[in-house]
Design a protein. Structure first.
Length: 163
């Protein structure tokens, strides 16, 4: 999968380098595959600040440093939840861009009740830019969903940066 996504990562890296901007990533259901894809690019430190896999409340608390009240009324695998996380990862890592993915890959029930095969990705950037994208696979295949969610997130990021 990383070999397949490497050309896309190169294009994303080129766009960020061209702008002189950096990104931080919060992987959720993608389990680190978004960040890993970007890190296939040699010299990634030029455009990639860091991030983490947000797979538990503890990880969420540490990476985002937000009070539990910040999440009031939100459910995982939703646009507002992903936006909150994208803003927090960008701000906490002092990056220009933040990307967060929150989804339900399947194989077990999601704590928020989100259906398997649903992923929300949010991208936030300079000048108050914010956008979200939802992917619905309709599948309970955990590995296939992780891959589909990663592809969708990178596609969305590339399209956003190309605007």
């Amino acid at each position: 999968m990383l070999t397949e996504l490497h050309p896309k990562a190169l294009r994303i890296a080129g766009l960020l380098r061209q702008r002189g901007e950096k990104i931080a990533v919060a992987d959720g259901a993608t389990g680190g595959l978004i960040a890993a894809s970007l890190l296939t690019v040699p010299g990634a430190l030029d455009f990639f600040v860091g991030g983490g896999v947000v797979y538990s409340f503890r990880a969420r608390d540490v990476l985002f440093a937000l009070s539990r009240d910040a999440y009031a009324g939100m459910r995982g695998a939703s646009a507002d939840y992903a936006l909150l996380q994208a803003r927090a990862i960008r701000d906490n890592f002092h990056a220009d861009w933040g990307l967060a993915e929150s989804g339900s890959v399947g194989g077990s029930s999601h704590p928020s009740g989100a259906p398997a095969g649903r992923s929300c990705v949010a991208v936030v950037g300079p000048g108050g830019f914010e956008a979200t994208h939802v992917t619905e696979t309709g599948s309970d295949d955990r590995i296939a969903n992780m891959e589909a969610f990663t592809r969708a997130a990178l596609d969305f990021l590339e399209a956003t940066l190309s605007r």
